[in-house]
Ligand binder design. Structure first.
Ligand code: ISC
Length: 447
């Protein structure tokens, strides 16, 4: 196992004498849940509703970084890792680095975020890839004198090991919740919203997304791959991810929001902001959607996000704003505007991630004043919550989701996170109710 890391503020370095060797093979389909269940941490999963599913176990290489330049640091370390790689894989099972970033630049991996540096990307030892065209197993090795024959033998063994796994495996039941604690009680939330509104009225701030945490004790041990499988069924049109560095806890969720997808010179993102619940009947649901579209407050919130994203992307190429729609999930609906860009030049997906994060859908405007407000008023550590989680490859293509509808879970406990955009006319009670809806995806899979 090769560890490639850094002390805070020092860019991660890859070893000059190490070479990446990667081999892959198509395999009959296998349950990703069974693959993960059979492996100890570190393990990870990342899946998009558009078809790509990745799972990984073990570490061939790990890139870590910290500080505000963590996006760039990871990109330059990855260039070293991928340089002169011996990789005969076809496109889908090519080696992909999977990981994420902390929300704030000054993040430290203190409890409960132990094991989650400000940036960490893993090239899994064994990588499972599923697309609409099939399923593949990849073995990656990054070390001095990495031998292609050894990697081919490792791949044979890995293929044999997964051959015994079931194709489908039912997801078990919820562990059950015995106690719920709120590090941000409702009175504190009301005061936080009032504080944010005051800052907005003073003219320093236009919008800030404030979040809270919910701590739950569980009746039994939580099985993280099981939770992901249940989330797939309830939220089929959302992303799913798990990043689990140790046995202790994994960060997981089912976010509806894309931060960026880059394929060559094309990039796609979206503004997702403004929420309302789902109605019990088609009529009630349509009325709620109409309230969302017609609300001046929510349209203002959405416009701030769209304009900020378009402005951030303008230096990179030709930006187009698509038509606004209502994005309906099992328990909530949001305003959504797709945004695309044709890039003028090769721009690594991490450079785009670095310029977009945090969008005002999870941070605020202006970004520095919003970050200061978040630090001043929130009563928990965001860690990787609402931050970019995704994958990228040797060409700088990749896709990142926004780590919302998420939580840290392990053993018999979990901490869930949820937030809401606050603007001048925000009502603390309404915002509180919407935040409760955003805990539901994960909470329902634990209760
Ligand atoms: C910050 C979260 O949601 C964002 C995404 C969609 C709608 C949002 C809103 O209505 O405020 C938030 O911007 C969260 O789920 O924790």
């Amino acid at each position: 196992m090769e560890r490639v890391g850094s002390e805070p503020s020092v860019p991660p370095a890859t070893r000059e004498d190490a070479t990446l060797v990667s081999r892959s093979r198509p395999i009959p389909d296998v349950s990703f849940r069974a693959f993960l269940a059979a492996r100890d941490p570190p393990r990870l999963q990342w899946a998009s509703h558009e078809g790509l599913e990745l799972a990984g176990a073990g570490v061939a290489a790990r890139l870590t970084a910290s500080g505000s330049d963590r996006f760039e640091s990871v990109r330059s370390a990855a260039e070293g890792l991928f340089a002169d790689a011996d990789c005969t894989n076809s496109d889908a099972p090519r080696p992909r680095l999977v990981g994420g970033f902390a929300f704030l630049d000054d993040h430290e991996p203190d409890p409960p975020w132990t094991g989650f540096p400000a940036a960490e990307f893993v090239l899994p030892e064994v990588q499972l890839t599923r697309t609409d065209d099939g399923t593949w197993l990849t073995v990656n090795r990054y070390e001095p004198g990495a031998d292609p024959d050894d990697v081919a033998s490792d791949l044979d063994r890995a293929v044999e090991a997964v051959a015994d796994l079931p194709k489908m495996r039912p997801a078990g039941s919820q562990p059950g919740v015995t106690e719920v604690r709120r590090p941000t009680p409702k009175e504190d939330w009301t005061a936080q919203v009032a504080d944010a509104v005051e800052r907005i009225e003073a003219g320093d701030l236009q919008k800030v997304v404030l979040a809270c945490a919910l701590e739950v004790d569980l009746a039994g041990e939580v099985d993280l791959p099981d939770v992901l499988e249940r989330l797939r069924r309830t939220y089929p049109n959302c992303y799913r991810f798990l990043f689990q560095p140790t046995e202790e806890a994994g960060f997981l969720g089912a976010p509806p929001e894309r931060l960026v997808k880059r394929t060559g010179r094309r990039m796609e993102t979206e503004a997702l902001a403004g929420s309302v619940g789902r109605g019990g009947t088609p009529e009630a649901d349509a009325d709620l959607a109409a309230d969302l579209v017609e609300s001046e407050k929510i349209q203002h919130e959405q416009r701030l996000v769209v304009d900020a994203i378009c402005e951030q992307l303008a230096p990179l190429g030709e930006v187009s704003e698509g038509e606004q729609t209502v994005r309906k999930l099992a328990n909530i609906q949001h305003l959504r505007t797709p945004i695309t860009a044709d890039l003028d030049r090769e721009t690594h997906v991490l450079d785009i991630v670095g310029s977009l994060h945090p969008t005002p859908a999870v941070g605020g405007l202006p970004p520095d004043v919003a970050a200061e407000t978040i630090r001043d008023v929130e009563t928990f550590e965001r860690g990787w919550y609402a931050a970019p989680i995704g994958w990228f490859d040797a060409d700088g293509d990749g896709e990142f989701l926004v780590g919302i509808r998420s939580g840290l879970a392990g053993g018999r406990s979990a901490t869930l996170f949820a937030g809401n955009g606050i603007v001048a006319d925000s009502d603390p009670q309404e915002e509180w109710d919407e935040v409760q809806l955003k805990y539901r995806p994960l909470l329902d899979e634990l209760e």
